[in-house]
Write a protein that binds this ligand. Structure first.
Ligand SMILES: NC(=O)c1ccc[n+]([C@@H]2O[C@H](COP(=O)([O-])OP(=O)(O)OC[C@H]3O[C@@H](n4cnc5c(N)ncnc54)[C@H](OP(=O)(O)O)[C@@H]3O)[C@@H](O)[C@H]2O)c1
Length: 226
């Protein structure tokens, strides 16, 4: 049986990933902050829980041991290198042949060839300034985390999520290598399907060393362009 570690398991995306992983019959090791353990209480008898900050290297080292895959929710919280610390610990301690899948948003660009709308860029600039002002979120650190992942020779995939919405699953999202591809124009994915893509990516070797930008498979832009 495959064993997968889900880092950031108590959040919205993380819980969906736990659900998909259990449905596939995987053993699940879950990392979440101590104060969020109760959010996984209903799943406590089905998963192995490793409470702690996701950039705590000791916690990550123990949680990823023996795992065939590691699914990491990269969040740029605070101003203490939370994202890059999390990514670095996963890169350092995951099994050498493990599939490593990381989540982020469209704003991360692997090769600088993404084309963003003026609206996307304006919102990102505004959000970045507010985040810096209130010292709540460190977007640049998520960029640094992804730079380290892109540079690594591990078996990584960085899944870049569009805007998200709640709702029932529509199926596996569609992906493209670059934002700006007309197929992505709708810029909306169900969060449950983002999680499905993350879990499914573990089994898809064609996604190794790719940074797929995803969109819901029933989005108008997918229907128009396929
Ligand atoms: N939201 C969007 O519209 C959007 C769009 C595109 C991509 N994404 C990407 O999707 C992923 C999930 O994002 P999400 O918005 O859906 O959030 P989410 O799944 O609810 O995840 C939030 C995560 O952040 C943790 N967290 C919250 N406050 C924290 C703090 N102060 N310090 C440390 N960790 C904290 C949460 O852990 P606790 O359970 O412990 O609070 C949880 O693991 C991210 O990689 C994000 O970049 C999101």
């Amino acid at each position: 049986m495959k064993r997968v570690c889900i880092i950031g398991a108590s959040g919205k995306l993380g819980r969906y990933m736990v659900q998909h992983a259990l449905e596939r019959g995987y053993q699940v090791a879950a990392v979440c902050r101590q104060q969020s353990v109760s959010k996984l209480a209903d799943l406590a008898d089905k998963i192995s829980l490793f409470p702690g900050a996701t950039n705590d290297r000791d916690v990550i080292r123990q949680a990823v041991s023996g795992c065939d895959g590691v699914l990491t929710v990269l969040v740029p919280w605070g101003v203490q290198q939370y994202s890059s610390g999390t990514a670095q610990a996963v890169l350092d301690f995951a099994e050498s042949d493990a599939r490593l899948i990381f989540s982020c948003g469209w704003h991360i660009s692997r090769d600088g060839k993404d084309i963003y709308s003026w609206r996307f860029k304006a919102l990102l600039t505004l959000f970045g300034k507010l985040a810096r002002l209130f010292r709540l979120v460190e977007l640049d650190d998520q960029i640094e985390a992804c730079r380290r992942i892109f540079d690594s020779d591990t078996r990584w995939t960085v899944v870049r999520g569009s805007d998200l919405e709640e709702g029932e699953s529509q199926g596996l999202p569609v992906w493209s290598r670059h934002v700006g591809d007309p197929i992505l124009k709708s810029n909306l994915t169900r969060r449950i399907d983002f999680a499905l893509f993350m879990v499914d990516a573990m089994e898809r070797d064609e996604l190794i060393h790719e940074a797929p930008a995803i969109v819901g498979c029933k989005s108008p832009s997918v229907i128009e362009n396929s």
